[in-house]
Design a protein around this ligand. Sequence first.
Ligand code: ZN
Length: 65
Amino acid sequence: MEYFAAQNLKESWGKKPCDHPVIEKEYYNGAFLINFVCTQCGKEFTIAQKLEMEETSKSVISSNK
Ligand SMILES: [Zn+2]
């Protein structure tokens, strides 16, 4: 997702809660930035935060078994 699209999305989404169902790479003028962005609310994540979320969702799934 383009950086400016993410900023617009973030503005239009406002302060509503979001569980960030889809996170994709953020880029700027065709070049990838190091950040990821939620395609629903436009929130930015670092790679570390994204990995942490993946770990968290895995542990939630395994603890439900
Ligand atoms: Zn989100």
